[in-house]
Ligand binder design. Structure first.
Ligand code: ZN
Length: 107
């Protein structure tokens, strides 16, 4: 560990998880409202299937990446929103520490 490594910011300028952006959008595929998970029974069934198999062989269940349970159109909308926020924000060196520069929750 180098002493020159910069300390990570306590409050990130943007939400650390891309799925927070996806979740803030209504899903055009299944109609899930902002903040609600996608209605994706086949995606959920696949996760359940693998966790059943894991249970049978004595492995703990895995928590899936939230993005895996969302429809692609919604993830894309979230990514576009995030890209726009990052493009609109000041350069990292001009940002105020501890301030968020995302527009989530304001839309
Ligand atoms: Zn959906």
């Amino acid at each position: 560990m180098s002493h020159n490594t910069p300390q990570p910011e306590t409050t990130p300028a943007f939400p650390p998880h891309v799925h927070e952006y996806a979740l803030a959008h209504r899903c055009t595929t299944c109609g899930a409202q902002p903040g609600q998970p996608c209605e994706a029974p086949r995606k959920q069934a696949r996760v359940d299937f693998f966790n059943d198999v894991r249970e049978k062989v004595g492995q703990p269940a895995m928590t899936p990446d939230p993005l895996q349970l969302m429809h692609v159109a919604r993830v894309d909308a979230g990514n576009r929103h995030r890209d726009k926020d990052i493009a609109a924000a000041p350069w990292p060196e001009d940002r105020v520490p501890g301030r968020r520069y995302d527009t989530l929750g304001k839309a």
